[in-house]
Design a protein around this ligand. Structure first.
Ligand SMILES: C[S@@+](CC[C@H](N)C(=O)[O-])C[C@H]1O[C@@H](n2cnc3c(N)ncnc32)[C@H](O)[C@@H]1O
Ligand code: SF4
Length: 273
């Protein structure tokens, strides 16, 4: 794989949500500072990303709950400035919010694809209405089922506690080669690009080393230097791999979207990444 020509670009646009999933991979329910990220910053980050990376198969917009962002239409529109660099922009949503008319109208006849994560009728309570609205505007979508048997991709992954794993060199390399996160899915969040989704802050707290991420807002680094860093993504394990279960087919699975009950999520469990 050419590291500037990657599989999926992902941007995280908020860390607030309508659900409280205990094992949320972005640790959204645990945020001390639940906000929608600033739209101007998000647009600059998208520009910065495409200054570095040449192409991706698709460019995904995620959260938090993506459709809670008040400027979602502007964000989608901005990502489509780069539509010659990817096949489509995907919007991931949890089936609790019907997309607003402005977004539906904007997406008509554009390369936008909705992914509805279906966490079951008690959680994804607006799934049918979301589907109706997408059908009404003739928009493309897919439903990923995360309840009952036969869950999408075998269900959610338990990333574990990020303790030091004491892998042998061979085990580390074997994990690295099979890990989905190393197959070219750089992850943009609040001004930084992380080579690995799991190593990004908010998921684990193992510090990354220089060269393992790109600071888009660092004015002391030139674009060429940032491109050089990106070229070295996915070449070898990063320090974080020694603490990780890896995102592989045999990773431990958990029930998707298990919710915190009232009072169960206490302030001392909250984090600020
Ligand atoms: C963090 S969510 C954000 C978008 C939206 N709120 C949703 O849930 O669809 C992004 C994607 O990560 C998936 N996800 C969350 N936690 C996960 C886990 N522990 N293992 C695997 N996938 C996970 C969700 O199912 C969703 O497809
Ligand atoms: S729906 Fe669940 S997985 Fe998606 S961001 Fe919210 S808490 Fe996380």
């Amino acid at each position: 794989m050419d590291s500037l020509n990657i599989d999926i670009g992902v941007i995280i646009i908020n860390n607030i949500c309508t659900l409280k999933c205990k094992k949320c991979i972005t640790l959204t329910p645990y945020q001390k500072r639940p906000i929608n990220f600033d739209v101007a910053d998000i647009k600059n980050d998208i520009d910065g990303f495409f200054e570095i990376f040449e192409k991706c198969n698709h460019f995904d917009i995620e959260g938090g709950e993506t459709l809670l962002h008040p400027d979602i239409t502007e964000i989608v529109s901005h990502s489509l400035k780069y539509s010659d660099r990817f096949k489509y922009t995907a919007i991931l949503t949890n089936g609790t919010i019907v997309p607003k008319k402005e977004l539906l109208e904007f997406c008509k006849d554009k390369p936008v694809f909705f992914i509805i994560d279906d966490y079951g009728e008690k959680l994804s309570i607006k799934k049918s209405e979301v589907i109706e609205s997408l059908k009404e505007y003739n928009l493309n979508y897919r439903i990923d089922t995360y309840h009952s048997d036969n869950q999408y991709c075998g269900g959610w992954i338990d990333m574990g506690d990020f303790s030091y794993k004491n892998y042998s060199k061979e085990q580390l390399m074997s994990n690295f080669k099979r890990c989905r996160a190393t197959q070219g899915i750089p992850y943009i969040k609040e001004g930084k690009i992380f080579s690995c989704t799991i190593a990004a802050p908010g998921i684990s707290h193992i510090p990354l080393l220089p060269g393992e991420y790109i600071d888009l807002r660092d004015k002391n680094q030139t674009i060429s230097e940032k491109i050089e860093t990106a070229k070295n993504f996915y070449k070898k394990p990063i320090a974080h791999c020694a603490f990780c279960n890896a995102f592989i087919i045999s990773s431990p699975r958990i029930a998707a979207a298990e919710q915190f009950k009232t009072g169960e999520l206490t302030d001392d469990m909250k984090i600020c990444d």
